[in-house]
Design a protein around this ligand. Structure first.
Ligand SMILES: NC(=O)c1ccc[n+]([C@@H]2O[C@H](COP(=O)([O-])OP(=O)(O)OC[C@H]3O[C@@H](n4cnc5c(N)ncnc54)[C@H](O)[C@@H]3O)[C@@H](O)[C@H]2O)c1
Length: 258
């Protein structure tokens, strides 16, 4: 099925990592891509390199900021076809030490931000339908590699939000789906994991390498496009097989069997 071009696409967290790969892929298809992020500096090379891409500053956890950003999209493009919710953060505390502020920050950005942006996007999509793709995580189905209980809870919440929003928005022709990345090599990981820990993580991935942001972008493109016309409320794991592993080093499975 041919990929449509000329869509109006918004990508939160589009300045870095997975969001950036999504923005670049949509831009390469000829879509107009709004890079919505709080990091203007990081967005600069992307916007310079990708024709049709534009930066709008946003803090997804603040309703007024979200409304202003989507009002700007409405002003410039009058509609929206695709929203990718990729803005996200993690914290790294044991439950015993987890500060209320850290919990609120992670839940506000990862979960409330997804809700606020979907709400604002749905208003712009309503006349013609559209597609929202949420970047959840395998952490939403098991537990996080590098984050903590707040991160895992936020991503479980994103999957619940995806199901329920899909149900409500189907009446407007808006599909809501999610991608659950496994360990994906992005600035978030490079900031938080030592090389030793990164090497240990890859040994638990059956397909034998870190997921790349482009692997996630290609699943997002599928879910956003006509090939997924009857998919809503569902999620795709892009995790190199992590969800079907037993958690030990992959090679140990074979070493212990004849
Ligand atoms: N990297 C992984 O292994 C992995 C695995 C599973 C899920 N994810 C999820 O994928 C998404 C993207 O993560 P990434 O690894 O690309 O991270 P990243 O840190 O590389 O990029 C995240 C982007 O979100 C932006 N952002 C953060 N808070 C924001 C806010 N309040 N408002 C606007 N923008 C904000 C940052 O500026 C940054 O550009 C996140 O939701 C993350 O939880 C990542």
């Amino acid at each position: 099925m041919a990929t449509p071009t000329g869509r109006i696409v918004a990508v939160t967290g589009g300045a870095n990592g997975i969001g950036s790969a999504c923005a670049r892929l949509f831009a390469s298809r000829g879509d107009t891509v709004y890079v919505l992020d709080r990091d203007a500096e990081a967005a600069r090379p992307l916007v310079a390199q990708c024709a049709g891409s534009r930066f709008i500053a946003i803090d997804v956890s603040v309703k007024a900021s979200v409304e202003a950003a989507f009002a700007e999209i409405a002003r410039q493009s009058q509609r929206l076809d695709v929203l990718v919710n990729s803005a996200g953060v993690e914290s790294r505390a044991l439950l015993a030490n987890l500060e209320e502020e850290a919990w609120d920050r992670v839940l506000d950005i990862n979960l409330k931000g997804t809700m606020l942006c979907t709400q604002a996007a749905a208003r712009l999509m309503k006349p013609g339908g559209g597609s929202v793709v949420n970047i959840a995580s395998v952490a939403g189905k098991r537990i996080s590699y590098s984050g903590d209980v707040a991160y895992t809870a936020s991503k479980g919440g994103v999957l619940g939000f995806t199901r329920h929003a899909a149900f409500e928005l189907a009446v407007d022709g808006i599909r809501v789906t999610a991608v659950c990345p496994g360990p994906t090599l992005t600035p978030m990981i490079l900031r938080n994991l030592s090389q030793q820990r990164m090497d240990a993580v890859v040994e638990t991935v059956p397909l034998g390498r870190w997921v790349q942001p482009e692997d996630i972008a290609s699943a997002v493109e599928f879910l956003a496009g006509p090939g997924a016309a009857m998919c809503t409320g569902t999620s795709i794991d892009v995790d190199g097989g992590v969800m079907v592993s037993n958690g030990s080093r992959y090679q140990d499975y074979f070493a212990a069997r004849t």
